[in-house]
Design a protein around this ligand. Structure first.
Ligand SMILES: Cc1cc2nc3c(=O)[nH]c(=O)nc-3n(C[C@H](O)[C@H](O)[C@H](O)COP(=O)(O)OP(=O)(O)OC[C@H]3O[C@@H](n4cnc5c(N)ncnc54)[C@H](O)[C@@H]3O)c2cc1C
Length: 435
């Protein structure tokens, strides 16, 4: 099939879906796109770093596949680089991208809809815009927050934490609110938390704390960042972060280890840990993370050593255990890889290869995703530290590092002068949306 025909196929599929979605008076059953096509139908749920990579890669490995990306958001807002964005180091245009552009560049179909259910026997995905048939289904739905570790079922407290002190670890409104809070902050203690478990983006809370302390210093704000860390030490790039906290930010940043919050008193604006009671003027409480409730409701999750709810995947194929054609990738995974964008992107391509091999009747061999993670420690001048890791499995399928290279000598490494984080992100945006 030539490129022109591929675009036609995508447009035809999209028209079929949208027509079905808006056809008046028809039952949901009738709206289902039931005609079995000769081309493999691959439906990817979630247009984040892993889903965008998956949709693009399947289309490139299996050009005649009918690939549909189902994403509930209207546009893409990047979590990577969102910390510098909070401090006006990059503008919003750099962070925001169009799913329509991604689908057009890579010849697949974008459907803005929320996946709501699944009929595994009939290979049908239910969405808010009608039902979709699939031959292969991929969940790349990212994380949700697990507030229960703090709130123990107290929904009022959870709602207040979500609405008044958002975490800013799921891209979009939370980030806009956090940016406004930082802009309006006049002084006092600002709490940021680091959760336990394998949380999304290990270095990001430390990077955010460093940039917030840097903001207080540059703007002569009498503020202090209280970084309450549920872990017993800095979880990643410890040498680089610890030395930056000491040498650059000691007047505006207090890092407390083993500081799991046990109690919130939001009226008094106080939190209690095992060792301290800390008063705050403002805060961004980042709770533990989990795989989305949809997967839990579908019986596709397990408890792991890292988090209470994660996708129940075979660690070599990323196929959901007990299913024949449903895969998962990105931050939902149960493996101990870093929950980060580069990891999700490279894993998306690896799992697309597994699906392509299955379509072509070939065997797959497991390949490690790659974690690339560059953190910014200050704005003017920019100082950066970096890490690159790959993984392997132990004899029981447990995750191990195969290799890790870090560069934490921010005073001399020259990474900041090259604005390495932005350059990396630009390359990834190009990969997902434009090239
Ligand atoms: C502040 C911050 C800084 C970070 N910095 C870096 C960094 O420098 N480098 C790095 O590599 N990583 C970084 N990360 C981590 C990175 O953002 C995540 O690891 C990455 O986004 C994970 O990709 P994903 O595809 O698994 O999930 P996501 O990117 O979250 O994508 C999931 C998508 O699924 C959609 N979705 C969910 N449920 C449904 C449904 N039912 N129906 C339809 N759509 C649905 C969501 O809307 C979302 O778009 C950072 C994260 C944060 C918060």
């Amino acid at each position: 099939m030539n490129r022109r025909n591929m675009i036609k196929t995508s447009v035809a599929t999209f028209m079929a879906l949208t027509t079905a979605s808006f056809a008046e008076g028809e039952s949901k059953e009738k709206k289902t796109k039931t005609k079995k096509s000769d081309n493999p139908r691959v439906v990817v749920v979630g247009g984040g770093w892993s889903g965008l990579s998956m949709a693009k890669s399947v289309k490139s490995f299996v050009p005649n596949a009918e690939v549909t990306l189902v994403e509930k958001r209207d546009h893409f807002f990047s979590c990577p680089v969102s910390n510098p964005w909070l401090f006006d180091m990059v503008d919003t245009e750099f962070m925001v991208h169009s799913f329509i552009d991604a689908a057009k560049t890579h010849d697949y179909t974008f459907l803005q809809a929320t996946a709501t259910g699944l009929d595994q026997k009939k290979n049908i995905l239910n969405t808010t815009e009608g039902d979709l048939n699939y031959d292969y289904l991929v969940f790349a739905t990212g994380i949700e927050y697990d507030y229960d570790v703090w709130t123990h079922g107290d929904k009022k407290l959870e709602n207040e934490l979500r609405s008044t002190y958002p975490a800013g670890f799921i891209g979009g409104s939370e980030h806009l609110t956090l940016k406004r809070k930082i802009k309006n902050f006049k002084g006092g203690n600002f709490i940021i938390t680091v959760p336990s478990g394998n949380y999304r983006c290990l270095p990001a809370p430390y990077e955010r704390a460093a940039l917030l302390a840097d903001h207080f210093k540059r703007n002569k704000i009498d503020g202090k960042v209280y970084l309450l860390d549920a872990n017993n030490s800095i979880t990643i790039k410890e040498e680089g972060f610890a030395s930056a906290f000491k040498k650059l930010h000691k007047d505006h940043l207090v890092h407390l280890s083993d500081a799991q919050i046990l109690e919130f008193d939001l009226e008094k604006k106080e939190v209690e840990t095992d060792f301290d009671t800390i008063k705050f003027e403002d805060a961004s409480f980042y709770p533990n993370v989990k795989a989305p409730k949809l997967l839990e409701d579908l019986g596709l999750t397990i408890k792991t050593a890292y988090n209470r709810v994660e996708a129940n995947l075979d660690v070599y194929s990323n196929k959901f255990k007990g299913t024949k054609n449903i895969y998962g990738c990105g931050d939902i995974r149960p493996m101990g890889f870093s929950k980060s964008g580069n990891t999700a992107y490279t894993e998306g391509a690896n799992v697309a290869r597994v699906i392509a091999n299955e379509i072509y009747g070939k065997k797959s061999t497991w390949a490690s995703p790659t974690t690339v993670c560059i953190s910014i420690l200050s704005k003017d001048p920019i100082h950066e530290i970096s890490l690159v890791s790959e993984y392997k499995y132990g004899s029981k399928g447990e995750t191990q590092f195969n290799s890790t290279f870090t560069d934490e000598k921010w005073e001399t490494n020259g990474l900041g002068a090259q604005k390495t984080q932005y350059a990396w992100a630009q390359g990834m945006f190009d990969n997902m949306f434009y090239a």
